[in-house]
Design a protein around this ligand. Structure first.
Ligand code: CP
Ligand code: NVA
Length: 301
């Protein structure tokens, strides 16, 4: 593995390899066993969108691995004034040992990898959010003991989160069902990907159909970063697409709930369900740290 640009690029074995290392690093941290595997290495972190979890977990992660992280806001970089990604990639490759980027177009991440000469990690694009889903998969195994035979459900927008969850779940042998409003379904590329897993993928416009017998239910905001202008229209379109008591009643009794956060309570999820599942949701947030450290070790050590 040279970069982490999407989950599609990882084999099942590579995926499990990262998750196993993440478990090990979490264990070591809990037991105060230091692991300065990236001593002397520097990760650059380019942010073209806001972040709480991603920024802090990458920065702390590099520190715990013995290296350092540089926060590079695109507002301050010359990228913000139009310097092309090809040039930025070639310059930063001469200073850094790895780059993490959060941006809009997936092509920018791909170009950074293409023109640079150091590992690139996708920390969210409009297309996908692989780091988040590694943490989600780690959390599912922690709570459920494995993956095979579980039913994963996503309620809401066919967005970056949905795309990565579908890929990750199917690769690890889970069934995947997604319910989105008409016009907000996942893109054809992801639908084509799912065709490689016959009988394992279901797409519907009815949240109750998707949630039936679920073992894990995911949701995400109605309007993602960059879609603020569509917020009103989306609020209308997503009516009924909510993780609430009624929906949970058709899922398995011990069904988990996952949310990448930030959450909009009483929109995509009720406050009641959110708080009932808070320990799973905040474990998921914590696991961002461990999963990303595993990715950094795989790419930069
Ligand atoms: N889930 C997630 O990526 O959170 P941030 O936007 O806070 O980084
Ligand atoms: N879909 C959300 C995820 C945030 C972590 C967004 O892109 O804003």
């Amino acid at each position: 593995m040279k970069h982490l640009l999407t989950l599609e690029q990882l084999s099942k074995e590579e995926l499990l390899d990262i998750l196993n290392l993440a478990d090990q690093l979490k264990f070591e941290k809990k037991n105060k066993i230091p692991h300065p595997i990236l001593k002397g290495k520097t990760l650059g972190m380019i942010f073209q969108k806001s972040s709480t979890r991603t920024r802090v977990s990458f920065e702390v992660g590099m520190h715990e691995l013995g290296g350092q992280a540089l926060f590079l806001s695109s507002r301050d970089l010359q990228i913000g004034r139009g310097e092309p990604i090809q040039d930025t990639a070639r310059v930063l490759s001469r200073y850094l040992d790895g780059i993490m980027i959060r941006t809009f177009a997936q092509k920018e991440v791909e170009d950074l990898a293409k023109f640079g000469s150091i590992p690139v990690v996708n920390a969210l694009t409009d297309y996908c959010h692989p780091c988040q889903v590694l943490a989600d998969l780690m959390t599912i195994r922690e709570f459920k003991g494995g993956y095979e035979g579980l039913k994963c459900v996503f309620i809401g927008d066919g967005n970056n989160m949905a795309n990565s969850i579908i890929v990750g779940a199917l690769k690890l042998g889970m069934k995947m069902s997604i319910a989105s409003p008409k016009g907000y379904e996942v893109c054809e590329h992801i639908q084509d990907f799912a065709k490689n897993y016959p009988g394992m993928f279901e797409m519907t416009n009815d949240p109750m159909v998707a949630a039936k017998d679920a073992d894990v239910i995911f949701t995400d905001v109605y309007a993602s970063m960059g879609q603020e202008g569509e917020a009103k229209e989306r609020l209308k379109a997503f009516k009924g697409f909510q993780v609430n008591r009624q929906l949970m009643n058709v899922a398995h009794k011990d069904c988990m709930v996952q949310h990448c956060l930030p959450a909009h309570r009483e929109e995509e999820i009720t406050n009641e369900i959110f708080e009932e599942h808070a320990n799973e949701i905040f474990e998921e947030a914590e696991n961002r740290l461990h999963a990303q450290k595993a990715v950094l070790v795989k790419l930069m050590s």
